[in-house]
Design a binder for this molecule. Structure first.
Ligand code: PBG
Length: 322
């Protein structure tokens, strides 16, 4: 029955009533904080393109991980920035590599925190691509072998969840079988299943020094206009053994999240990427909007679209306010 019998405003009158009928909530348990790890000790340096985000040396990242656990976040995802890079990304699976040391240190010091690792070659290759090159082409199958070795090295260091973000074909299956062969059957795979070739990664590439030396990532990451293709990507990753699926970026791809929620009954993650984070911060610094409110509204949109987990650089500050 329409107005005047039905009055939608009755349930919006005050915060108690609004809270009673609220459909979605953001909880600390939903939030995963990405952390950048660099060589050295005592290092905690800010990142110009990402206000409020720092790069940490291993000793300092442990301090940050403790703080994050105390705030009630369930996990962190680590990105390594090595001093040395080469064509094959040797640092990615090096036993004493930056991520391996950071993972070990956090897993030992903060055992209740889930240590997740980004599995990719782009931070470790001198050309900045996510796989191995053959001429100017990123070769799929040889890259997949390197990625599987990288995932195993992360598991050996104590990672409980590995997250391949390279977008090579068949990498989830290769990682699953390599993990199993080494006795890491219990290490889970969070697949960056629908990862788009996005301009919103700009600030991250500054932070991680992973901008491709030539070309771009459009030959492996998804084409932004495509929607149905994302469901094929996700289905394949599930068949290959992914435990959880991720959509990335998040805000510009809420339709994909919503489709995935309807299509797959598995845990779904949204990656609120660097550009999505930094543009809110930048507008806030200029006084053009209320950054805290805009951040919250962005994150709740991901929950509304169907995300279970959100990877965001705002995880700690938002958890403090919840
Ligand atoms: C590595 C990787 C990237 C991001 C996460 N993992 C960069 C890229 O694909 O260029 C982006 C994260 C962000 O922008 O916050 N492949």
């Amino acid at each position: 029955m329409a107005h005047p019998v039905t009055r939608m405003r009755r349930l919006r009158r005050n915060e108690t009533i609004r809270g009673m009928v609220r459909e979605n909530r953001l909880a600390r348990e939903d939030l995963i904080l990405p952390l950048f790890v660099v060589e050295g000790s005592g290092v905690r340096e800010s990142i110009g393109s990402m206000p409020g985000v720092d790069r940490f040396s291993v000793d300092q990242v442990v301090v940050e991980a403790k703080r994050v656990a105390d705030l009630g976040l369930p996990g962190v995802i680590l990105f390594g920035i090595p001093d040395e890079k080469d064509a094959r990304g040797s640092g990615a699976d090096a036993e004493g590599g930056i991520i391996q040391r950071a993972t070990r240190a956090i897993a030992d010091a903060v055992p209740d925190l889930a240590v997740m690792t980004d599995v990719c070659l782009c931070e470790y290759t001198d050309h900045g691509h996510c796989g191995l090159l053959n001429g100017e082409e990123v070769e799929n199958d040889s890259s997949v072998e390197r990625l599987a070795a990288t995932a195993v090295s992360h598991a050996r260091a104590g990672a409980s969840i590995v997250a391949p973000s390279d977008m090579m074909d068949g990498r989830v299956a290769a990682i699953r079988s390599a993990l199993d062969a080494e006795g890491f059957e219990d290490v889970a795979i969070l697949s960056y299943a629908a990862k788009y070739a996005s301009a919103f990664y700009g600030p991250f590439r500054d932070a991680a020094e992973s901008t491709p030396a030539f070309g771009d990532r459009r030959a492996y990451q998804m084409d932004p206009p495509n929607r149905r293709e994302a469901m094929r990507e996700m289905k394949l990753d599930l068949e290959e053994g992914a435990d959880m699926l991720m959509v990335k970026p998040a805000m510009a791809y809420l339709d994909i999240l919503s489709d995935a929620r309807r299509e797959f009954d598995v845990p779904l993650a949204a990656y609120h990427v660097s550009g999505e984070y930094s543009m809110i911060k930048a507008a806030g610094e200029r006084g053009w909007l209320d950054a805290d409110a805009a951040m919250f509204e962005s994150l709740i949109s991901m929950k509304r679209a169907g995300a279970d987990l959100i990877l965001t650089y705002a995880a700690a500050e938002v958890a403090e306010r919840l």
